[in-house]
Structures are given as C-alpha cells and as structure tokens.
Design a protein around this ligand. Structure first.
Ligand SMILES: Nc1ncnc2c1ncn2[C@@H]1O[C@H](COP(=O)(O)OP(=O)(O)OP(=O)(O)O)[C@@H](O)[C@H]1O
Ligand SMILES: O=C(O)[C@@H](O)C(=O)CO
Length: 423
C-alpha cells in the first residue's frame, strides 16, 4: 500500500476513495479499497490506496485522536508513504474539535509541520479563497451549514475556526501563491512550518489549483483536506512508477433494493421530495423512535413490503423540526436513537435479501455500515460527484451508495439504485 487515508466519516471515505480511484482523467487512479474501521488483518498486497473509514467526526476529540493514531499505525505497517486525513469539505467540526486535534496528533506522530489543510471540493461547489470557505456563492456560515444538527458552522474564516481547535498557530497560503504553482506552494508551506505552524490553510478554487497543491504535496508524509486534496496524489505515485494506475473496477449488482435517509441537509430534503412523487416513502416519526414506539421492524417491513419500487424511509426534517426535537429530547439522544434505528433496520433488510442499499448522511451511513460488518469495499463507477458505487465481498455481496448529506443531484436516489445494478 502506497497511500493511506484516515477519513472521519463513512461517506467522506467513499468520497475520497472515488477521487483516488478516478485519478486525474477518470480512468487512471490507484487501486483503491475502503475499509470500515481499522482492519484486523493485513491488506491485500494488490491494494495501492487504502481508505480507513472512521466515525470520528462528532465524537470526543480525545477519542478521535486515539482512533486516528491507531489507523495511522495500521497504514504505516502496510507500507504507506503518504497519509491523508480526510474531513468534510464544509469543515464540519465544533470549536472543541476534531479536525485540529487529530491533524496535530498525526503531524506530531509523523514529525512534520507546515501541513496542508484544504477542504475545497470545487466539483461540489466548495472553494477556499483568502482563508474563507464558500459553498457555491455563499460563505459557509450563510450556506445552511450554520443549521447543521451536529456541527453548526458559524464562521466561514476557517483559519480562525481551526485555530480554536489547535495548539499551534494556523498558517495560510493564499490564492496568489497557489497560482504560481507547486514550487511556490511548497516553499510557502516550508516557511509556515519553520515558523512553528503545524497546519496551513491553502486556498483553492479549481481542480487545477488542487492538482498544483497535490503536486506540491508529493513527498509530504501528511496531507489533510476534503476529497479533492487527493486529485493530484494518485498521479504522483503513477508518474514515479510506484503505482500501476488501474482505477475504479467494481461492477454493479442487481437485486432487491431500499433507501434510508437520516440526513437533514437541504440537498437530501430536496431528493426526498423528488423521490416521494413517484415512489413509496415512509416519513419516520422521530419522536416515536426516541420514545421507543417506532421500531426497526416497522421501518424494515415497510421497505420490504414495497420491494421492487425503490422504497425510501427517511427521518430528514427541516431545521425547525430538528431544533424542536433536540430541545425536547437532547441532541445526543435523538442522534443515538436514530443511529440505532437505521443500523437495526439495515441489518434486517440485508438478512431479508436486500442487495442494493442507498444511505444518505455521513453519521447515518456510519451507523448502517458498521452494523452490517461488510469488510473491505471495492470502488465502482461514480454516481454523482463524490459518490461511487461500493461493493462488498463475501458470499452475499451488497452494493452500496453512501451519500454525503449535501451531495447528489435532485434525482439521486432513483439514479443511484440504477447505477448500483450496473445500469
Ligand atoms: N428529524 C430529525 N430531527 C433531529 N435530528 C435528526 C433528524 N433526522 C436525523 N437527525 C440527526 O441528524 C444527523 C444527520 O447526520 P448525517 O451525518 O447522517 O447527515 P448529514 O450531516 O446531512 O450528512 P454529512 O455528514 O454526510 O454531511 C444525525 O445525527 C441524525 O441522527
Ligand atoms: O467532504 C465532504 O463534503 C464529504 O465527503 C463528507 O465528508 C460529508 O460527510
């Protein structure tokens, strides 16, 4: 294994696995596998890039650090020369963590400073300019992300936001420097490192900027960012002759299907609305879930009864609905109840023969996929930017799409089921 990724959630992991498998042109990436948690065994020697999906975005910072360092040790044991810490392209975190503490701990373990921190993902409309993060034409804190149920993002100046989480000062490489190319970027990173700054926010607006940043990162043991920070990394290994460049190769899989949505993002709510028009849908009564009157069997039986018609069960609510439930029951309790419900439902579905499963939301996907215990996932075709087809191994393989909350076109759910079937 040449390149290892530590991703702080499951959808984010498949997002960057997709980037690494695609490479620069779509068909010249690394042979990539996504692991659900830290594997207990050694990697298949044919794997060039291994992506470890943790569920560490919204847990206590100390625990996120511990898990990330354990993931780092496993990746280094597999021979990785470069490690990427993947976090959300909307920099999802609270002032109490976890991006800063995890990135600083990884940097210390690898003995590096002046480490790239760049969440930009231009393909999904996330860009960084003058240290500020934009979602399409809005600053982060006016983009809807200020209402996120777990990580409300209330400051678009990610240098300032990150500094709340770090021990050392946060540096910045501005757009003018990025546009001068890899040599200038690398020099600016070194200068920041020499000043004692562990993490350096790097501006990026286009895939071209990210390719240049990726070139500058060749030889850096640690890189941090959103999935697009990996755009140029596969090419570095392929051009140096270390990697073969085989790219995404998992085929689709037909069979019974279901869709689960726990994300409350604007994009997911729109996708739910579109799907509701001509497919069977179940709006999960979240208060009932917390109170224990709505159970996984109710959700699973709805989905199984409606098999063959792309059925969807969702908890997705408006910011007002989310807030009301959180005030009534407490944020953690709502999240834990829903995680448990989705996890149990997914296990029932797969046991009953579901072979194509679409899940919306990072936390929700983490809960589902951890419960399913699927082992390593191969990477297939891209459904929409940042969301590939994933295929588990074993005797009864499952094809999955794990959609980050804000990703995907309005017709994502129906399209994803088609792509999972290889159509
Ligand atoms: N109706 C609801 N009311 C309150 N909380 C909810 C409701 N539905 C879902 N949630 C909670 O909202 C959170 C959604 O997080 P999740 O990561 O799944 O989606 P997301 O944040 O949109 O996706 P991503 O992390 O990929 O951007 C979960 O913790 C879930 O339990
Ligand atoms: O970077 C993103 O936006 C996604 O991969 C993600 O991490 C959302 O959970």
């Amino acid at each position: 294994m040449l390149l290892g990724v530590i991703a702080d959630d499951f959808t984010g992991a498949s997002d960057i696995a997709n980037t690494l498998a695609k490479g620069l042109t779509g068909g010249d990436g690394l042979r990539t596998v996504q692991y659900l948690g830290i594997p207990k065994v050694e990697a298949d020697p044919a794997v060039e890039a291994g992506v470890i999906a943790l569920k560490s975005r919204s847990i206590a910072a100390a625990l996120a650090v511990e898990q990330s360092l354990a993931a780092l040790r496993w990746l280094l044991d597999q021979g990785c020369r470069q490690v990427v810490f993947k976090y959300c392209s909307t920099f999802d975190s609270t002032p109490a963590g976890n991006i800063g503490p995890v990135a600083e701990a990884l940097a210390e373990a690898l003995g590096v400073r002046g480490v790239i921190a760049c969440p930009a993902f231009p393909g999904a409309g996330r860009t960084v300019y003058q240290g500020h993060l934009f979602v399409k034409d809005r600053l982060l804190d006016e983009s809807g992300l200020e209402n996120h149920p777990l990580n409300p993002m209330t400051d678009a100046d990610i240098r300032r936001w990150l500094r709340l989480q770090t021990q050392t000062e946060v540096g910045h490489v501005d757009m003018a420097t990025v546009q001068r190319g890899p040599v200038a970027i690398e020099a600016a990173l070194r200068e920041n490192g020499a000043k004692g700054r562990t993490l350096v926010i790097v501006d990026a607006i286009t895939d071209g900027d990210l390719t240049a940043i990726g070139r500058a990162a060749a030889g850096h043991p640690l890189v941090t960012g959103g999935s697009s920070i990996a755009i140029g990394l596969a090419a570095n290994f392929i051009e140096s002759g270390l990697a073969g460049g085989t790219g995404a190769n998992a085929a689709g899989l037909d069979g019974p299907e279901a869709i689960l949505a726990g994300s409350c993002s604007g994009a997911t709510r729109q996708q739910v609305e579109i799907h509701r028009r001509d497919h069977p849908t179940l709006a999960i009564d979240v208060a009932g879930v917390v109170a224990g009157t709505v159970r996984a069997t109710d959700v699973a039986s709805f989905l199984l009864t409606n098999g063959g018609r792309a059925p969807l069960a969702y908890s997705s609510g408006t910011p007002e609905e989310v807030e009301a439930l959180q005030v009534r029951f407490g944020r953690e309790r709502v999240a834990a109840s829903l995680d448990a419900l989705f996890a149990e439902t997914a296990c029932m579905l797969v046991a009953a023969g579901i072979r194509r499963l679409v899940v919306a939301g990072g936390e929700t996907s983490g809960a589902v996929v951890s419960a399913l215990d699927l082992g390593a996932l191969a990477i297939g075709a891209e459904i929409d930017p940042g969301v590939p087809v994933l295929l588990s191994g074993g005797e009864r393989p499952v094809a999955l799409a794990l959609k980050s909350g804000n990703f995907g076109a309005p017709d994502f759910f129906a399209k994803a089921l088609e792509r999972l079937a290889g159509r």
